[in-house]
Design a protein around this ligand. Structure first.
Ligand SMILES: Cc1cc2nc3c(=O)[nH]c(=O)nc-3n(C[C@H](O)[C@H](O)[C@H](O)COP(=O)(O)O)c2cc1C
Length: 195
């Protein structure tokens, strides 16, 4: 594999920001589908892919989410053309016969509900990360948020399922509105060790 160009790395990482202001112009459905088509290939344990993505694009759907969010998140959700609820499905073991067919017993690997929830949360968080990098790869900006009432969002959007909300992320073309200066990151020696 070849190293990506610096400009590509800048678009994905070093120049990419978490956005608060948005151009409200709608995104074509094809872009949302392209985004999932990349995201789904990110690795997860036993290929379990427990994340579920609800793309809220209508004013009504965004209003239902905005009223359950906190701080300044509500207006941001309403302004963005799309805000995605990244959830995790606690029934993910049911899909393992399709997703991990060479291990027919895989769906029985999660008898412990705590381990199952950890697995769903861990792997859906990974998928949420893949989703954000995929969005940037497709030329979109992202604005992730965890400031919302998870239990209320679960009741509002996931009633009758075993899906739970993880975090939400607005996608679209960001503006500089509400964009604070880039904050520092930990240096290598503060965050990492080579053993
Ligand atoms: C899981 C997650 C939850 C976040 N929750 C919120 C939030 O509720 N409200 C908000 O304004 N920003 C939220 N952020 C944005 C972070 O503050 C932002 O990504 C971080 O400061 C890095 O900013 P930068 O990407 O512009 O460097 C969240 C980010 C992540 C990944």
């Amino acid at each position: 594999m070849a190293k990506l160009e610096d400009a590509t790395l800048a678009q994905l990482f070093t120049e990419a920001r978490s956005h608060n202001g948005w151009n409200p112009e709608p995104l074509p459905e094809s872009v949302l589908r392209d985004l999932y088509a990349l995201t789904k290939f990110g690795p997860t344990a036993a290929n379990s892919t427990p994340a579920r993505f609800y793309f809220l694009t209508s004013p009504e759907a965004k209003e239902r989410l905005a009223k359950l969010s906190s701080g300044s998140n509500g207006p941001k959700i309403l302004q963005a053309p799309c805000t995605v609820i990244v959830g995790y499905d606690l029934d993910f073991p049911e899909t393992l016969p399709k997703l991990f067919p060479h291990a027919p017993g895989a769906k029985d690997w999660f008898p412990d509900p705590v381990a199952k929830e950890w697995g769903a949360l861990r792997n859906s968080s990974l998928q949420g990360g893949y989703f954000m990098i995929a969005a940037r790869a497709l030329g979109l900006d992202v604005g992730p948020m965890s400031g919302f009432d998870n239990a209320a969002v679960d009741a509002e959007f996931f009633a009758g399922t075993n899906i739970k909300s993880n975090f939400i992320v607005s996608i679209g073309h960001g503006t500089t509105e509400g964009l604070f200066p880039r904050n520092p990151r930990l240096d290598f020696d503060e965050a990492a060790k080579i053993l």
